[in-house]
Design a protein. Structure first.
Length: 119
């Protein structure tokens, strides 16, 4: 499975961006698709993820501003980012985790797309 992310860029505070990530290859039916980010000098952190059954998790810092969605037919995950803040500046990575009962999960990462929010 290969992941191709797109949609990053430069935006002023208060603006919006939409990230997209498309997975090539087949993905096991039980999976989690999500977005992580890593700011300079900081550890990678979860932004949001969405389970194949539909449950969604958001980091507290983005709740109410970001919306994650997925299109299973296209093996794609999206992140609509609204009301962006300078602290959202980071490289954003898409992630797919295949979940197996009785076996180790498999993780796949996209190449990262940079988001810069100016104040």
């Amino acid at each position: 499975v290969q992941l191709q992310a797109s949609g990053g860029g430069f935006v002023q505070a208060g603006g919006s961006l939409r990230l997209s990530c498309a997975a090539s290859g087949s993905i096991f039916s039980i999976n989690v698709m999500g977005w992580y980010r890593q700011a300079p000098g900081k550890q990678r952190e979860l932004v949001a993820n969405i389970i194949s059954g539909g449950a969604i998790n958001y980091a507290d810092s983005v709740k109410g501003r970001f919306i994650i969605s997925r299109d299973n037919a296209k093996n794609s995950v999206y992140l609509q980012m609204n009301s962006l803040k300078p602290e959202d500046t980071a490289v954003y990575y898409c992630n797919v985790r295949e979940v197996f009962i009785g076996a180790k999960d498999r993780n796949y990462w996209g190449q990262g797309t940079k988001v810069t929010v100016s104040s």
